[in-house]
Design a protein around this ligand. Structure first.
Ligand SMILES: [Zn+2]
Length: 380
């Protein structure tokens, strides 16, 4: 790590901080601090945070990280498409794009679509004069985050096996690539840019076509021994209940995922329409959503009891129905959780990222990786 990267890291972890503290607390020579911070300010990587009003005598200038100093590309593979965006290191989406995938997939077809989507976005970024420092890719299924390979995703991306997604993107863009499971990346985004910035331990529950999630424990993403943590959709909630696509019965996903809610409406209906009807007060629509909310609260109560997390963030397509399900989810958590007392904080929240949560997740993980590894050009 160069001296500039070291100072950048200290300011990120301990800032806002004044120059005097940089040499007092971290034993850096005053001349080095002055020279390097001037270089970092010139490169727009750090900025003034104003004067330290609490200091005695002449108040020194505090320095902090400039969160919008650089840009990354976030990509997400979903059923039938690749979505992507150019995102600032402060979490603002500057441009987005998507590409439809062919119906019949294999490694070659998927990687060629991925490459094309990435190159299209790179061109958009170039047109806007945004320099892309890194790229993140969010994948469903089983992902080897250390090698950047998609091991398999039989439900959402059938036909793919051991696909070198990280290698494909590194080759196309020549930038550092971060590949991970989509739920893990979404959890990182909630902590970095979402409503959980001050939360050390929280869970993220994704409810869409499938159900999954992940957890942050003491400020760290919890991966489990085999990087399989968060397979929440297949915990059994009803013995002998509805058949799940995994082959078992009564899984959480077989009771509360979006297709199940659509099927539970008499005569079957699109989720968007069910939500609109429920908001207008139609009883059958309210009933279909409230039933799912009961299961969501029941599954959430298990997590609260096992990990004693501070809160749970609900994300995915389900958030469109927030107004209808918020109260019944909370009521169900309180009914099923052993802890009846949650002082001082809202224990259930809904993500404010909307449907682009996966792209933002991939971008957040890339930003995090660049900052940790000092991969952002900090040389002074
Ligand atoms: Zn299942």
């Amino acid at each position: 790590m160069t001296a500039a990267q070291n100072i950048y890291r200290i300011i990120r972890e301990h800032g806002p901080i004044c120059r005097a503290d940089l040499h007092r607390k971290f034993r850096l020579r005053p001349a080095t601090v002055t020279r390097i911070t001037a270089g970092l300010i010139k490169k727009n990587l750090i900025r003034s945070y104003g004067k330290d009003a609490a200091a005695l005598g002449r108040s020194p200038e505090l320095l902090t990280i400039n969160e919008s100093a650089f840009y990354v590309m976030g990509l997400q593979a979903v059923r039938g498409a690749i979505r992507g965006g150019i995102v600032s290191s402060g979490g603002d989406m500057e441009a987005c794009s998507s590409l439809a995938l062919p119906e019949k997939l294999d490694n070659r077809r998927f990687l060629s679509g991925l490459r094309r989507c990435a190159l299209d976005l790179a061109k958009i970024a170039e047109g806007k004069r945004l320099k892309v420092a890194g790229v993140g890719l969010a994948l469903p299924g089983e992902v080897d985050w250390q090698t950047g390979r998609l091991v398999q995703a039989p439900v959402i991306l059938p036909g793919l096996a051991d696909a070198d997604c990280g290698g494909c993107l590194a080759d196309a863009l020549g930038a550092p690539v971060t590949v991970d499971h989509d739920a893990a990346m979404i959890t990182v985004a909630e902590r970095r840019w979402g409503g959980s910035r001050d939360c050390g331990s929280f869970g993220v529950l994704f409810i869409g076509h499938g159900i999954g999630g992940n957890f942050m424990v003491d400020g760290k993403l919890f991966r489990g021994a085999r990087n399989r943590s968060g397979e929440w959709g297949h915990i059994p909630l009803r013995r002998g209940g509805a058949l799940c696509r995994c082959g078992l019965r009564g899984c959480f996903e077989a009771l509360a995922s979006i297709p199940v809610i659509e099927n539970n409406y008499p005569g079957k209906m699109d989720f968007g329409k069910i939500t609109a009807l429920a908001l207008a007060g139609e009883k059958k629509a309210v009933a279909a959503l409230t039933e799912a909310a009961g299961y969501i609260g029941e599954a959430a109560a298990i997590l609260f009891d096992i990990l004693d997390i501070e809160k749970l963030v609900i994300t995915g397509e389900i958030i469109a129905a927030e107004k209808i399900i918020r109260a019944p989810v909370l009521e169900s958590v309180m009914r099923h959780s052993h802890s009846k007392h949650f002082p001082g904080r809202e224990i259930i929240s809904f993500s404010r990222f909307g449907q682009e949560v996966g792209v933002l997740g991939a971008a957040a993980a890339s930003v995090q990786q660049l900052l940790i590894q000092g991969g952002v050009e900090t040389g002074a």
